[in-house]
Design a protein around this ligand. Structure first.
Ligand SMILES: *Cc1c(COP(=O)(O)O)cnc(C)c1O
Length: 394
């Protein structure tokens, strides 16, 4: 029977789900009793710090928090975000006009396209990159232009490689450093170039700073907003998810250009009714409370990173240690594709890695591993890869 309620074109335009095959294989392995080690998903494994959990428990008992929140967020939450930006980056933000709460930054990243892109409009998206940038744009009917980023450039976007006609047409551009999936970081010169590019072509920059506080050896990644002119051309998406192990809580924010913040808030007021206030209080406690929890967490990831990178390098890889994020991005051995290697590692070693093609065409030939499992499991993964796959040529 042919149904009248066929899927809308915008849904049909979404790319096919790339991990379906590997997820089926994982299920098969688990069903067969294999102790599968997943380095696939980037989701902090340690719990949210106690003082944040305690704040939630206190606030959940307050009936004032049981009603609808506002969709832009409580002023006290937005003030906590502003205070954090001031302390962490020296960036001044007006909590009333330059910050809006989000149901996790992913939600805002998807919805900003609805604020600025009409059907057929062009948005510049890095490849490889976080799939939500193009997904949100496609749902809005827009056309992503994928700008390839390369290891030789430290995975920084080469603005000169973007054709002028694309740059003239584009209304928006997504940028993300420290980067998922590559672990790349950006310096001041890069952000200044981004701002110049945005000014020249009148493009809204959407910077995704999800990993600004997951960094190693004392490195402190900057905020896009700390560079001159950023607020005129851009907005930054952030959340407490990765910084305080709060991915399940679903709270984030967008900050920067007041017109973009207002547009996002206006769109959201038509779709959602904001974040549960007790969760806003808890996130604020994270942002304004003791920050030693962040350093302790980063020390844990750093140890895991060293075990994983050293382990792979002993098997024939030649990887540098990422300065930030909890990802290790690596080339597949000679003769393999991203998919064939991910399947081999799962089949022989029971270890899940993510094929680079899940992040775009230009991720081909690479795979991503997340440092979100205990170090004993990483050691076990390495010893299984050594035993069942052996030394490789990359
Ligand atoms: C995890 C992640 C996010 C979103 O996290 P939220 O929990 O929605 O705040 C955004 N961007 C990148 C690149 C991520 O990896």
């Amino acid at each position: 029977m042919r149904l009248k309620f066929t899927e809308a074109q915008r849904i049909r335009n979404l790319p096919p789900y790339l991990f379906a095959r590997i997820e089926r294989l994982i299920d098969e392995k688990r069903a067969a009793g294999v102790d599968v080690i997943s380095l696939g998903i980037g989701d902090p494994d340690r719990p949210t710090p106690d003082h944040i959990v305690e704040e939630l428990i206190r606030e959940v008992r307050n009936p004032a928090n049981h009603q609808y929140p506002t969709s832009v967020g409580m002023l006290s939450y937005r003030r906590a975000v502003a205070q954090w930006y001031k302390g962490r980056f020296g960036v001044e933000l007006d909590p009333e006009t330059e910050i809006v709460s989000l149901l996790g930054s992913k939600e805002g990243i998807a919805h900003i396209s609805w604020c600025y892109l009409d059907p057929g409009d062009v948005v510049i998206v890095p490849d490889p990159g976080y799939p939500v940038y193009s997904g949100g744009a496609i749902l809005a009917g827009a056309k992503p232009y994928f700008v390839p980023v390369y290891p030789g450039d430290g995975y920084l976007i080469d603005f000169d490689s973007i054709p002028a006609d694309i740059a003239r047409k584009a209304k928006m551009m997504f940028i993300n450093y420290p980067n998922n999936p590559t672990g790349a970081v950006a310096d001041e010169a890069f952000y200044r170039k981004a701002i110049d590019f945005a000014r020249e072509y009148e493009i809204l920059i959407c910077h995704d700073a999800a990993y600004s506080d997951v960094a190693y050896e004392g490195y402190k990644p900057p905020s896009f907003l700390q560079f001159p002119g950023a607020k005129e051309v851009g907005i930054e998406f952030h959340s407490v998810s990765k910084t305080y192990n709060m991915t399940g809580w679903r709270i984030g924010w967008a900050a920067g250009n007041p017109a973009a913040v207002e547009a996002l808030g206006r769109l959201k007021s038509n779709i959602d009714s904001g974040v549960f206030q007790a969760i806003q209080h808890a996130a604020a406690a994270g942002l304004t409370g003791p920050q030693d929890v962040v350093e302790r967490q980063n020390a844990i990831y750093q140890e895991r990173r060293d075990i994983l990178v050293d382990g792979l390098n002993n098997l024939g890889w030649n990887l540098a240690k990422p300065k930030a994020t909890f990802y290790v991005w690596a080339p597949v051995p000679k003769g393999h594709t991203s998919e064939s290697f991910a399947e081999l590692v799962l089949d022989k070693a029971g270890v899940v890695i993510t094929p680079g093609t899940g992040y775009g065409k230009n991720g081909a030939g690479y795979f991503r591993m997340a440092l979100t499992v205990e170090k004993e499991r990483i050691l076990e993964a390495i010893s299984r890869i050594k035993e069942y796959i052996g030394e490789v040529e990359v």
